[in-house]
Design a protein around this ligand. Structure first.
Ligand code: MLT
Ligand code: ZN
Length: 488
Protein backbone atom coordinates (compact mmCIF):
# COMPACT_ATOMS: atom_id res chain seq x y z
CA UNK A 1 0.00 0.00 0.00
CA UNK A 2 1.46 3.45 -0.77
CA UNK A 3 2.65 5.04 2.43
CA UNK A 4 -0.29 6.28 4.41
CA UNK A 5 -0.06 9.79 5.78
CA UNK A 6 0.68 9.60 9.51
CA UNK A 7 -2.59 10.20 11.33
CA UNK A 8 -3.03 13.51 13.12
CA UNK A 9 -4.00 13.94 16.73
CA UNK A 10 -7.38 15.66 17.05
CA UNK A 11 -6.96 19.39 17.51
CA UNK A 12 -8.73 21.35 20.24
CA UNK A 13 -10.92 22.83 17.50
CA UNK A 14 -11.96 19.36 16.26
CA UNK A 15 -12.73 18.20 19.79
CA UNK A 16 -14.92 21.23 20.43
CA UNK A 17 -16.80 20.63 17.15
CA UNK A 18 -17.30 16.99 18.12
CA UNK A 19 -18.51 18.08 21.57
CA UNK A 20 -21.03 20.43 19.98
CA UNK A 21 -22.20 17.71 17.59
CA UNK A 22 -22.37 14.76 19.99
CA UNK A 23 -23.17 16.42 23.32
CA UNK A 24 -21.82 15.35 26.72
CA UNK A 25 -23.11 11.76 26.42
CA UNK A 26 -21.49 11.39 23.02
CA UNK A 27 -17.89 12.38 23.65
CA UNK A 28 -15.48 11.03 26.25
CA UNK A 29 -12.10 12.71 26.60
CA UNK A 30 -11.12 12.03 30.22
CA UNK A 31 -8.44 9.35 30.07
CA UNK A 32 -10.11 7.36 32.85
CA UNK A 33 -13.28 7.19 30.68
CA UNK A 34 -11.33 6.42 27.52
CA UNK A 35 -9.08 3.68 28.91
CA UNK A 36 -11.66 0.84 29.04
CA UNK A 37 -11.98 1.16 25.25
CA UNK A 38 -8.23 0.77 24.73
CA UNK A 39 -7.65 -2.83 25.81
CA UNK A 40 -9.05 -5.82 23.99
CA UNK A 41 -11.03 -8.65 25.62
CA UNK A 42 -7.99 -10.93 25.67
CA UNK A 43 -5.83 -8.15 27.12
CA UNK A 44 -3.27 -8.64 24.35
CA UNK A 45 -3.39 -5.06 23.10
CA UNK A 46 -3.09 -1.97 25.25
CA UNK A 47 -3.53 1.17 23.21
CA UNK A 48 -4.41 4.77 23.88
CA UNK A 49 -6.97 7.07 22.31
CA UNK A 50 -7.54 10.80 22.28
CA UNK A 51 -11.29 10.39 22.72
CA UNK A 52 -14.23 8.03 22.43
CA UNK A 53 -17.06 9.17 20.17
CA UNK A 54 -20.50 7.77 20.95
CA UNK A 55 -22.92 8.95 18.26
CA UNK A 56 -26.64 8.46 18.87
CA UNK A 57 -27.67 7.98 15.25
CA UNK A 58 -26.39 7.65 11.69
CA UNK A 59 -26.50 11.40 11.04
CA UNK A 60 -24.28 12.11 14.04
CA UNK A 61 -21.99 9.24 13.11
CA UNK A 62 -21.64 10.50 9.54
CA UNK A 63 -20.89 14.07 10.61
CA UNK A 64 -18.38 12.93 13.23
CA UNK A 65 -16.59 10.74 10.68
CA UNK A 66 -16.51 13.61 8.17
CA UNK A 67 -14.97 15.95 10.75
CA UNK A 68 -12.30 13.42 11.75
CA UNK A 69 -11.51 12.49 8.14
CA UNK A 70 -11.12 16.13 7.13
CA UNK A 71 -8.46 16.51 9.83
CA UNK A 72 -6.72 13.21 9.02
CA UNK A 73 -7.62 11.68 12.38
CA UNK A 74 -7.64 7.88 12.53
CA UNK A 75 -10.87 6.19 13.66
CA UNK A 76 -11.19 2.80 15.32
CA UNK A 77 -14.77 1.45 15.21
CA UNK A 78 -15.70 -0.58 18.26
CA UNK A 79 -18.82 -2.57 19.13
CA UNK A 80 -18.86 -4.85 22.18
CA UNK A 81 -15.05 -5.01 22.25
CA UNK A 82 -15.08 -8.81 22.05
CA UNK A 83 -12.59 -9.21 19.20
CA UNK A 84 -10.31 -12.23 19.54
CA UNK A 85 -7.71 -10.65 17.25
CA UNK A 86 -7.37 -7.09 18.52
CA UNK A 87 -9.59 -5.82 15.72
CA UNK A 88 -10.99 -2.84 17.62
CA UNK A 89 -8.12 -1.57 19.76
CA UNK A 90 -6.36 1.73 19.00
CA UNK A 91 -2.57 1.80 18.70
CA UNK A 92 -0.28 3.22 21.35
CA UNK A 93 0.13 6.67 19.76
CA UNK A 94 -2.92 8.10 21.50
CA UNK A 95 -3.86 9.99 18.30
CA UNK A 96 -6.80 7.90 17.16
CA UNK A 97 -10.38 8.20 18.30
CA UNK A 98 -12.50 5.16 19.12
CA UNK A 99 -15.99 5.25 17.64
CA UNK A 100 -18.29 3.28 19.87
CA UNK A 101 -21.70 2.30 18.49
CA UNK A 102 -23.39 1.36 21.78
CA UNK A 103 -25.87 4.23 21.75
CA UNK A 104 -27.23 3.17 18.36
CA UNK A 105 -29.09 0.32 19.93
CA UNK A 106 -32.60 0.17 18.50
CA UNK A 107 -34.27 -2.78 16.89
CA UNK A 108 -36.19 -0.63 14.42
CA UNK A 109 -38.53 -3.12 12.86
CA UNK A 110 -39.31 -6.78 12.53
CA UNK A 111 -41.34 -7.90 9.55
CA UNK A 112 -43.02 -11.27 10.10
CA UNK A 113 -44.05 -11.60 6.47
CA UNK A 114 -40.70 -10.73 4.93
CA UNK A 115 -38.92 -12.51 7.80
CA UNK A 116 -36.57 -9.57 8.27
CA UNK A 117 -35.26 -7.43 11.08
CA UNK A 118 -33.88 -3.89 10.81
CA UNK A 119 -31.37 -3.38 13.55
CA UNK A 120 -28.86 -0.69 14.50
CA UNK A 121 -25.18 -1.49 14.85
CA UNK A 122 -25.00 -1.13 18.63
CA UNK A 123 -27.69 -3.71 19.46
CA UNK A 124 -26.10 -6.72 21.11
CA UNK A 125 -26.52 -9.98 19.26
CA UNK A 126 -28.38 -11.36 22.26
CA UNK A 127 -30.84 -8.45 22.28
CA UNK A 128 -31.45 -8.93 18.55
CA UNK A 129 -32.02 -12.68 19.06
CA UNK A 130 -34.44 -11.93 21.93
CA UNK A 131 -36.38 -9.40 19.85
CA UNK A 132 -36.73 -11.89 17.02
CA UNK A 133 -37.85 -14.59 19.45
CA UNK A 134 -40.48 -12.30 20.99
CA UNK A 135 -41.85 -11.81 17.50
CA UNK A 136 -42.09 -15.58 17.06
CA UNK A 137 -39.05 -15.71 14.77
CA UNK A 138 -35.38 -16.60 15.01
CA UNK A 139 -32.17 -14.75 14.22
CA UNK A 140 -30.03 -17.79 13.41
CA UNK A 141 -26.63 -16.50 14.49
CA UNK A 142 -25.14 -17.55 17.79
CA UNK A 143 -21.64 -16.96 19.18
CA UNK A 144 -20.19 -17.36 22.65
CA UNK A 145 -19.82 -13.60 23.16
CA UNK A 146 -23.37 -12.78 22.00
CA UNK A 147 -24.29 -11.08 25.28
CA UNK A 148 -21.72 -8.33 24.58
CA UNK A 149 -20.93 -8.55 20.86
CA UNK A 150 -22.86 -6.00 18.82
CA UNK A 151 -24.44 -6.37 15.40
CA UNK A 152 -22.03 -3.89 13.78
CA UNK A 153 -18.97 -5.84 14.90
CA UNK A 154 -20.60 -9.19 14.23
CA UNK A 155 -21.20 -8.14 10.62
CA UNK A 156 -17.91 -6.28 10.19
CA UNK A 157 -16.10 -9.51 11.12
CA UNK A 158 -18.53 -11.82 9.30
CA UNK A 159 -18.93 -13.82 12.49
CA UNK A 160 -19.75 -17.50 12.17
CA UNK A 161 -20.46 -19.34 15.38
CA UNK A 162 -22.56 -22.29 16.35
CA UNK A 163 -25.22 -22.31 13.67
CA UNK A 164 -23.12 -21.81 10.54
CA UNK A 165 -23.51 -25.49 9.76
CA UNK A 166 -27.18 -24.83 9.01
CA UNK A 167 -27.68 -21.13 8.27
CA UNK A 168 -24.28 -19.90 7.09
CA UNK A 169 -22.11 -17.07 8.39
CA UNK A 170 -23.27 -13.54 9.19
CA UNK A 171 -22.77 -12.64 5.53
CA UNK A 172 -25.54 -14.99 4.47
CA UNK A 173 -28.02 -13.20 6.70
CA UNK A 174 -27.41 -9.67 5.43
CA UNK A 175 -30.06 -8.49 3.01
CA UNK A 176 -29.46 -4.77 3.42
CA UNK A 177 -26.88 -2.50 4.95
CA UNK A 178 -26.25 1.11 5.78
CA UNK A 179 -22.64 2.16 6.39
CA UNK A 180 -20.76 5.40 6.87
CA UNK A 181 -17.82 5.66 4.49
CA UNK A 182 -14.41 6.96 5.61
CA UNK A 183 -15.19 10.45 4.30
CA UNK A 184 -18.54 10.66 6.08
CA UNK A 185 -20.78 9.84 3.11
CA UNK A 186 -23.55 7.39 3.87
CA UNK A 187 -23.96 4.23 1.81
CA UNK A 188 -27.73 3.72 1.81
CA UNK A 189 -28.31 0.05 1.14
CA UNK A 190 -31.11 -0.75 3.56
CA UNK A 191 -33.10 -2.91 1.19
CA UNK A 192 -34.85 -6.09 2.21
CA UNK A 193 -34.91 -7.91 -1.06
CA UNK A 194 -34.05 -11.53 -1.66
CA UNK A 195 -33.20 -10.68 -5.26
CA UNK A 196 -31.36 -7.49 -6.16
CA UNK A 197 -28.79 -7.89 -8.94
CA UNK A 198 -27.92 -4.26 -9.56
CA UNK A 199 -24.20 -4.21 -10.13
CA UNK A 200 -21.77 -4.99 -7.37
CA UNK A 201 -23.19 -6.26 -4.07
CA UNK A 202 -21.57 -3.40 -2.17
CA UNK A 203 -23.13 -4.37 1.13
CA UNK A 204 -21.03 -7.52 1.13
CA UNK A 205 -17.88 -5.44 0.83
CA UNK A 206 -18.43 -4.11 4.33
CA UNK A 207 -19.22 -7.52 5.78
CA UNK A 208 -15.89 -8.98 6.84
CA UNK A 209 -13.96 -5.77 6.14
CA UNK A 210 -13.26 -5.40 9.89
CA UNK A 211 -13.98 -1.69 9.90
CA UNK A 212 -11.30 -0.87 7.34
CA UNK A 213 -13.73 0.42 4.70
CA UNK A 214 -16.29 2.23 6.83
CA UNK A 215 -18.58 1.81 9.79
CA UNK A 216 -21.70 -0.32 9.54
CA UNK A 217 -24.54 1.67 11.10
CA UNK A 218 -27.70 -0.39 10.44
CA UNK A 219 -28.53 -3.72 8.84
CA UNK A 220 -31.49 -5.66 7.57
CA UNK A 221 -31.10 -9.29 8.52
CA UNK A 222 -32.83 -12.39 7.27
CA UNK A 223 -34.76 -14.20 10.00
CA UNK A 224 -36.07 -17.75 10.14
CA UNK A 225 -39.26 -19.23 11.54
CA UNK A 226 -38.82 -20.12 15.18
CA UNK A 227 -38.19 -23.85 15.64
CA UNK A 228 -41.14 -25.69 17.15
CA UNK A 229 -38.88 -28.36 18.59
CA UNK A 230 -35.27 -28.34 19.75
CA UNK A 231 -33.34 -31.30 21.15
CA UNK A 232 -29.76 -31.27 22.38
CA UNK A 233 -27.37 -33.97 23.55
CA UNK A 234 -23.83 -34.10 24.88
CA UNK A 235 -21.90 -37.14 23.65
CA UNK A 236 -18.66 -38.64 24.90
CA UNK A 237 -16.34 -40.06 22.26
CA UNK A 238 -12.87 -41.48 21.84
CA UNK A 239 -11.51 -38.97 19.33
CA UNK A 240 -12.29 -36.42 16.57
CA UNK A 241 -12.69 -39.21 13.99
CA UNK A 242 -15.60 -40.57 16.02
CA UNK A 243 -17.07 -37.04 16.12
CA UNK A 244 -16.94 -36.95 12.35
CA UNK A 245 -18.56 -40.40 12.10
CA UNK A 246 -21.38 -39.15 14.35
CA UNK A 247 -21.78 -36.06 12.19
CA UNK A 248 -22.06 -38.27 9.11
CA UNK A 249 -24.74 -40.36 10.85
CA UNK A 250 -26.85 -37.29 11.69
CA UNK A 251 -26.40 -35.97 8.17
CA UNK A 252 -27.45 -39.28 6.69
CA UNK A 253 -30.60 -39.14 8.79
CA UNK A 254 -31.62 -35.60 7.81
CA UNK A 255 -29.10 -32.77 7.28
CA UNK A 256 -31.89 -30.20 7.60
CA UNK A 257 -32.35 -31.05 11.27
CA UNK A 258 -28.79 -30.26 12.40
CA UNK A 259 -28.73 -26.81 13.99
CA UNK A 260 -25.34 -27.12 15.71
CA UNK A 261 -22.62 -29.74 15.85
CA UNK A 262 -19.84 -28.67 18.19
CA UNK A 263 -16.63 -30.43 19.16
CA UNK A 264 -14.82 -30.17 22.48
CA UNK A 265 -11.61 -31.86 23.54
CA UNK A 266 -11.29 -33.61 26.88
CA UNK A 267 -8.61 -31.07 27.87
CA UNK A 268 -10.86 -28.12 27.04
CA UNK A 269 -13.79 -29.63 28.93
CA UNK A 270 -11.58 -30.25 31.99
CA UNK A 271 -10.68 -26.55 32.05
CA UNK A 272 -14.36 -25.58 31.91
CA UNK A 273 -15.46 -27.94 34.66
CA UNK A 274 -12.58 -26.97 36.94
CA UNK A 275 -12.40 -23.22 36.32
CA UNK A 276 -15.96 -22.08 35.60
CA UNK A 277 -18.27 -21.89 38.62
CA UNK A 278 -21.43 -23.90 38.15
CA UNK A 279 -20.13 -25.97 35.23
CA UNK A 280 -20.16 -29.72 35.76
CA UNK A 281 -20.03 -32.72 33.47
CA UNK A 282 -23.39 -34.53 33.31
CA UNK A 283 -21.73 -37.81 32.30
CA UNK A 284 -20.42 -40.59 34.53
CA UNK A 285 -16.79 -40.04 33.57
CA UNK A 286 -14.62 -37.68 31.53
CA UNK A 287 -13.85 -38.61 27.92
CA UNK A 288 -11.10 -37.73 25.42
CA UNK A 289 -13.61 -35.87 23.22
CA UNK A 290 -17.16 -34.55 23.24
CA UNK A 291 -19.82 -33.42 20.80
CA UNK A 292 -22.73 -31.14 21.54
CA UNK A 293 -25.35 -31.81 18.90
CA UNK A 294 -28.53 -29.79 18.55
CA UNK A 295 -31.41 -30.68 16.27
CA UNK A 296 -34.21 -28.23 15.55
CA UNK A 297 -37.18 -28.01 13.24
CA UNK A 298 -39.97 -25.53 12.52
CA UNK A 299 -42.15 -28.44 11.34
CA UNK A 300 -45.26 -29.23 13.33
CA UNK A 301 -45.59 -32.78 14.64
CA UNK A 302 -41.96 -33.69 14.06
CA UNK A 303 -40.74 -36.33 16.50
CA UNK A 304 -37.32 -34.86 17.04
CA UNK A 305 -36.62 -36.83 20.21
CA UNK A 306 -37.00 -40.09 18.32
CA UNK A 307 -34.77 -38.76 15.54
CA UNK A 308 -32.06 -37.92 18.10
CA UNK A 309 -32.41 -41.20 19.97
CA UNK A 310 -32.29 -43.24 16.77
CA UNK A 311 -28.89 -41.90 15.75
CA UNK A 312 -27.48 -41.90 19.28
CA UNK A 313 -28.76 -45.42 19.95
CA UNK A 314 -27.00 -46.76 16.86
CA UNK A 315 -23.84 -44.80 17.70
CA UNK A 316 -23.79 -46.18 21.24
CA UNK A 317 -24.28 -49.66 19.89
CA UNK A 318 -21.49 -49.51 17.31
CA UNK A 319 -19.13 -47.76 19.73
CA UNK A 320 -18.93 -44.40 17.94
CA UNK A 321 -20.26 -42.83 21.13
CA UNK A 322 -19.32 -44.15 24.58
CA UNK A 323 -21.89 -42.20 26.58
CA UNK A 324 -24.51 -39.52 25.98
CA UNK A 325 -26.96 -37.36 27.84
CA UNK A 326 -30.05 -35.78 26.28
CA UNK A 327 -31.33 -32.51 27.72
CA UNK A 328 -34.70 -33.17 29.38
CA UNK A 329 -35.61 -29.51 29.86
CA UNK A 330 -34.73 -26.06 28.57
CA UNK A 331 -32.62 -25.56 31.70
CA UNK A 332 -30.62 -28.71 30.94
CA UNK A 333 -30.18 -27.68 27.32
CA UNK A 334 -28.75 -24.35 28.45
CA UNK A 335 -26.49 -26.15 30.94
CA UNK A 336 -25.08 -28.26 28.09
CA UNK A 337 -24.48 -25.12 26.06
CA UNK A 338 -22.75 -23.49 29.01
CA UNK A 339 -20.14 -26.26 28.88
CA UNK A 340 -19.43 -25.32 25.28
CA UNK A 341 -19.74 -21.56 25.49
CA UNK A 342 -17.50 -21.16 28.51
CA UNK A 343 -14.51 -22.64 26.69
CA UNK A 344 -12.96 -19.27 25.84
CA UNK A 345 -13.56 -17.95 29.36
CA UNK A 346 -12.10 -21.09 30.98
CA UNK A 347 -9.00 -20.79 28.82
CA UNK A 348 -8.66 -17.16 29.81
CA UNK A 349 -8.74 -18.20 33.46
CA UNK A 350 -6.10 -20.89 32.83
CA UNK A 351 -3.49 -18.28 31.86
CA UNK A 352 -2.22 -17.03 28.53
CA UNK A 353 -3.54 -18.80 25.48
CA UNK A 354 -2.76 -18.68 21.79
CA UNK A 355 -5.75 -19.01 19.54
CA UNK A 356 -5.66 -20.47 16.08
CA UNK A 357 -9.06 -19.86 14.56
CA UNK A 358 -8.60 -22.14 11.59
CA UNK A 359 -10.79 -23.99 9.12
CA UNK A 360 -10.16 -27.06 7.02
CA UNK A 361 -12.44 -29.23 4.90
CA UNK A 362 -14.52 -31.14 7.45
CA UNK A 363 -12.94 -34.44 6.40
CA UNK A 364 -9.51 -33.14 7.50
CA UNK A 365 -10.45 -32.12 11.05
CA UNK A 366 -9.12 -35.30 12.73
CA UNK A 367 -5.80 -34.94 10.88
CA UNK A 368 -5.58 -31.28 11.79
CA UNK A 369 -6.09 -31.94 15.49
CA UNK A 370 -3.65 -34.87 15.61
CA UNK A 371 -0.88 -33.20 13.61
CA UNK A 372 -1.15 -29.75 15.16
CA UNK A 373 -1.25 -31.18 18.70
CA UNK A 374 1.90 -33.23 18.09
CA UNK A 375 3.73 -30.33 16.45
CA UNK A 376 2.90 -27.85 19.23
CA UNK A 377 3.83 -30.26 22.01
CA UNK A 378 7.16 -30.87 20.27
CA UNK A 379 7.72 -27.12 19.97
CA UNK A 380 6.75 -26.16 23.52
CA UNK A 381 6.92 -29.00 26.03
CA UNK A 382 4.06 -28.77 28.50
CA UNK A 383 1.84 -26.71 26.16
CA UNK A 384 -1.83 -27.67 26.57
CA UNK A 385 -3.76 -28.08 23.30
CA UNK A 386 -7.47 -27.54 23.94
CA UNK A 387 -9.09 -27.65 20.50
CA UNK A 388 -12.82 -27.09 20.23
CA UNK A 389 -15.34 -25.49 17.95
CA UNK A 390 -17.58 -25.80 15.01
CA UNK A 391 -16.57 -29.18 13.62
CA UNK A 392 -19.76 -29.32 11.54
CA UNK A 393 -18.42 -26.55 9.31
CA UNK A 394 -14.71 -27.40 9.64
CA UNK A 395 -13.84 -24.44 11.91
CA UNK A 396 -11.70 -25.53 14.83
CA UNK A 397 -10.41 -23.19 17.50
CA UNK A 398 -7.05 -24.84 17.84
CA UNK A 399 -6.32 -23.08 21.09
CA UNK A 400 -3.24 -23.69 23.16
CA UNK A 401 -2.99 -22.94 26.84
CA UNK A 402 0.38 -22.06 28.30
CA UNK A 403 2.38 -24.71 30.14
CA UNK A 404 1.62 -24.63 33.86
CA UNK A 405 3.98 -22.35 35.72
CA UNK A 406 5.38 -20.67 32.58
CA UNK A 407 5.56 -16.88 32.50
CA UNK A 408 2.52 -15.81 30.40
CA UNK A 409 4.55 -13.11 28.65
CA UNK A 410 7.22 -15.62 27.63
CA UNK A 411 4.50 -17.87 26.22
CA UNK A 412 2.82 -15.04 24.30
CA UNK A 413 6.19 -13.99 22.90
CA UNK A 414 6.17 -17.31 21.00
CA UNK A 415 2.85 -16.56 19.35
CA UNK A 416 4.12 -16.24 15.79
CA UNK A 417 6.18 -19.43 15.98
CA UNK A 418 3.24 -21.36 17.36
CA UNK A 419 0.71 -19.83 14.98
CA UNK A 420 3.00 -20.52 12.03
CA UNK A 421 3.50 -24.12 13.10
CA UNK A 422 -0.27 -24.65 13.14
CA UNK A 423 -0.73 -22.64 9.95
CA UNK A 424 1.73 -24.81 8.01
CA UNK A 425 -0.37 -27.86 8.83
CA UNK A 426 -3.59 -26.00 8.01
CA UNK A 427 -2.17 -25.03 4.64
CA UNK A 428 -1.17 -28.60 3.96
CA UNK A 429 -4.79 -29.58 4.66
CA UNK A 430 -6.22 -26.95 2.27
CA UNK A 431 -7.52 -24.74 5.08
CA UNK A 432 -7.55 -21.11 6.16
CA UNK A 433 -5.62 -19.43 8.97
CA UNK A 434 -8.56 -17.16 9.74
CA UNK A 435 -11.98 -18.81 9.79
CA UNK A 436 -14.36 -16.57 11.71
CA UNK A 437 -12.53 -14.20 14.09
CA UNK A 438 -10.97 -12.10 11.36
CA UNK A 439 -7.41 -10.85 10.88
CA UNK A 440 -7.50 -7.84 13.20
CA UNK A 441 -4.16 -6.62 14.47
CA UNK A 442 -2.98 -10.11 15.38
CA UNK A 443 -2.63 -11.70 11.97
CA UNK A 444 -1.89 -9.10 9.26
CA UNK A 445 1.66 -10.45 9.11
CA UNK A 446 0.22 -13.67 7.66
CA UNK A 447 -1.65 -11.94 4.85
CA UNK A 448 1.15 -11.64 2.24
CA UNK A 449 1.99 -15.31 2.57
CA UNK A 450 -1.62 -16.53 2.54
CA UNK A 451 -3.39 -13.97 0.40
CA UNK A 452 -0.52 -12.60 -1.65
CA UNK A 453 -0.42 -11.84 -5.35
CA UNK A 454 -3.58 -10.63 -7.02
CA UNK A 455 -5.76 -11.30 -3.99
CA UNK A 456 -4.03 -8.99 -1.51
CA UNK A 457 -3.26 -6.49 -4.28
CA UNK A 458 -6.98 -6.26 -5.09
CA UNK A 459 -7.85 -5.81 -1.44
CA UNK A 460 -5.29 -2.98 -1.21
CA UNK A 461 -6.76 -1.28 -4.28
CA UNK A 462 -10.25 -1.47 -2.83
CA UNK A 463 -8.94 -0.04 0.46
CA UNK A 464 -7.14 2.80 -1.36
CA UNK A 465 -10.22 3.60 -3.42
CA UNK A 466 -12.57 3.81 -0.46
CA UNK A 467 -10.21 5.07 2.25
CA UNK A 468 -7.40 6.96 0.51
CA UNK A 469 -6.51 8.79 3.72
CA UNK A 470 -6.06 5.50 5.64
CA UNK A 471 -8.19 6.84 8.47
CA UNK A 472 -10.44 3.83 8.99
CA UNK A 473 -9.16 1.27 11.49
CA UNK A 474 -5.49 1.57 10.53
CA UNK A 475 -3.40 -1.39 11.63
CA UNK A 476 -6.15 -3.94 11.06
CA UNK A 477 -6.08 -6.55 8.28
CA UNK A 478 -3.31 -5.00 6.15
CA UNK A 479 0.33 -5.51 7.02
CA UNK A 480 2.28 -2.32 7.18
CA UNK A 481 5.81 -1.39 8.20
CA UNK A 482 4.60 1.54 10.20
CA UNK A 483 2.02 -0.38 12.15
CA UNK A 484 3.20 -3.07 14.57
CA UNK A 485 1.49 -6.42 14.15
CA UNK A 486 2.48 -7.93 17.46
CA UNK A 487 0.71 -7.30 20.74
CA UNK A 488 2.05 -4.19 22.44
C1 MLT B 1 -16.04 -19.76 20.30
O1 MLT B 1 -16.57 -20.35 19.37
O2 MLT B 1 -16.37 -19.98 21.48
C2 MLT B 1 -14.96 -18.81 19.97
O3 MLT B 1 -14.99 -18.33 18.70
C3 MLT B 1 -13.96 -18.52 20.95
C4 MLT B 1 -12.49 -18.87 20.91
O4 MLT B 1 -11.83 -19.13 19.91
O5 MLT B 1 -11.86 -18.88 21.98
ZN1 ZN C 1 -16.14 -19.92 17.39
Amino acid sequence: MPACPAPNAPSADLLSRLAALLGPAGLLTEQSDVEPFCTDWRALYHGRAAAVLRPANTAELAQAVALCARDGVAMVPQGGNTSMVGGATPDASGRAVVICLSRMNRVRRIDPVDLTMEVEAGVTLKAAQDAAREAGLMLPLSISSEGSAQIGGVLATNAGGNNTVRYGNARELVLGLEAVLPDGQVFHGLRRLRKDNTGYALRQLFVGSEGTLGIISTAILQLQPQPRAVEAALCALADPAAALALFAAFRAQDPALIQAFEYMSGAGMDLVTTLVPGASLPLSEPAPAYVLVELATPRANADLRTALEDVLGAALEDGTVSDAVIAESEGQRLALWKLREEHAEAQRRAGASIKNDVSVPVSHVPDLIARASAACVALVPGIRPAPFGHIGDGNIHFNLVQPEGMDPAAFLAMDHRIMDTVADIVRDLDGSFSAEHGVGRLKPYMMPDWRGGAELATMRRIKEAIDPGCVMNPGAVFPSDEQPDAPA
